[in-house]
Write a protein that binds this ligand. Sequence first.
Ligand code: MN
Ligand code: MN
Length: 281
Amino acid sequence: MTDFGGALKDRNKVLHFKLAIIGVPFDEKSSYKRGAAAGPEAIRKVSTGKCYNPDTELGVDLAEDTVLVDLGDVDTSGDVLKTFAAVEEKVAEVLDLAAVPVVLGGDHSITYPVVKAMARKFPALDLLHFDAHPDMYEDLYGDRLSHACPIARILEDGLVKNVVQVGIRATTPEMREMARKYGVKVVEAREFTEGLTLEFPNPLYVSLDLDVFDPAFAPGVSHHEPGGLTSRQVIECIHRLRARVVGFDVVELNPSRDISEITAALAFKLIKEIAGRVVKP
Ligand code: MN
Ligand code: MN
């Protein structure tokens, strides 16, 4: 059963929707292990209303207080550029309907085409990026579209205004320099403090790479980077956010590395809590 805790409405039976799930089963830009292409399916599978309810911790009922639909997966059968174009187009379609895209990765490379579409709709867009990695390599093994590069591409293209990265613990001197150059605010894992309250003046896009969590909380990712955040720390950060969230993604779930679907369940939990903040800013 694929119903997001019982919150999901049938696209064909509603006139309007506020939140739209888009799956991107794509992992061709993963530099180490493949497997993230199975992420969207694993999140849908785990999210059954037989196990979970549609209520968020802050009291939003995603079944009653909003309209959530699942638009299925983007066609990723073509080459990379065709897939990225399809991602961009799908996100733009959702935005044209004044809805909020909820993108299920897929590896992190897909955030670049998503943010391209977001930036067209929101010329002043802010970005909150949860990750163990800055994803600001100029290129990785010569590949500028690698999942290690989306934030570099987004910054170079000037697609976003204020950028905050949270949970970073695998950076390099080059990426620190890039963060300085572009004025990226970085909250590294080692300096994360309870009660972190982030405020954004512009509409906000949230990109959440599941390896921001300590591998003990989220083993189902391709790159295990110890010393990460707890589930509670990230959820609290989302709860304390002062911003209007206009789109978000949860990426890098690699079900082949997961144990008892605990990372898939965490992905689903995050989607619920972020969606709740969309409904009740
Ligand atoms: Mn990462
Ligand atoms: Mn990443």
